[in-house]
Design a protein around this ligand. Structure first.
Ligand code: CDP
Length: 228
């Protein structure tokens, strides 16, 4: 497919990017790639190996040992770190607390972006993250920049974690989100910033169905053009 469609969804931590990206991919049969899961899996590897996540040289030295793969099933993120499924473990606090430091490293970003661009070269794809519309796919047909009230974001993530991790408090989740927003927007290497041509989507008061409809409307012209 040469005129493949790329949908880039960027925005703050826990504001529903992956919910929207998955719903779009399912509806349109696009491939969904959760770029954050890649940074999270790298972070998990470093934690397990006791490597200081701020030591760029040490991280760089092991990057070639980290092999990431997605296996597509039911539009959920199934990420394999050196052939081990780590989709659940990467969502836990030890990773959340360190991932933004890892994602600020130039060598890590360089490698992840290269892999992400390869995935979107010839297929219809929805990718969510922080730099998808600015760095990974600056020519994406549709770019969405998502945001929502930080309290609402914390409550949503808290609810998601509660069933399996009742020990995590709402305050911890809120602090972590605020901290990651700060690191992501102020880092030197491709910080989180709205691309000039990205459409802002504030979903504080939107249901998942409403945000899906919003995105589908923006995509419609490109879907029609591809049909022909
Ligand atoms: O799902 P949530 O919003 O909590 O975050 P995520 O998408 O899993 O991403 C985790 C972290 O990875 C973010 O806080 C960023 O520091 C980093 N990230 C990034 O720098 N660039 C991306 N394209 C995606 C994630």
């Amino acid at each position: 497919m040469s005129n493949n469609i790329v949908v880039a969804i960027d925005g703050y931590s826990s504001c529903g990017k992956s919910t929207l990206a998955k719903a779009l991919a399912k509806k349109l049969h696009f491939i969904y790639v959760d770029s954050g899961a890649m940074y999270r899996a790298v972070t998990l590897y470093l934690i397990r190996k006791n490597i200081d996540v701020k030591d760029e040289e040490a991280v760089k030295a092991v990057l070639a040992d980290i092999h990431l793969n997605f296996h597509a099933r039911d539009y959920q993120t199934h990420i394999l770190l050196n052939d081990e499924e780590v989709s659940d473990e990467i969502r836990l606090m030890p990773v959340s607390e360190n991932v933004s430091a890892v994602a600020a490293l130039r060598s890590v970003r360089h490698e992840m972006v290269k892999q992400q661009q390869r995935m979107g070269r010839s297929k219809n794809i929805v990718m969510d993250g922080r730099d998808i519309g600015t760095t990974v796919f600056p020519n994406a047909q549709v770019k969405l920049f998502m945001t929502a009230d930080p309290k609402v974001r914390a409550e949503r993530r808290f609810k998601e974690l509660q069933p399996t991790h009742p020990e995590i408090t709402l305050e911890e989740v809120f602090e972590n989100i605020a901290h990651r927003d700060f690191l992501d927007t102020t880092r030197k290497e491709s910080p989180l910033v709205r691309a000039d041509d990205a459409i802002i989507l504030d979903n504080t008061n939107l249901t998942p169905e409403q945000q899906l409809d919003f995105a589908l409307t923006k995509l419609e012209p490109f879907l029609k053009a591809q049909d022909r």
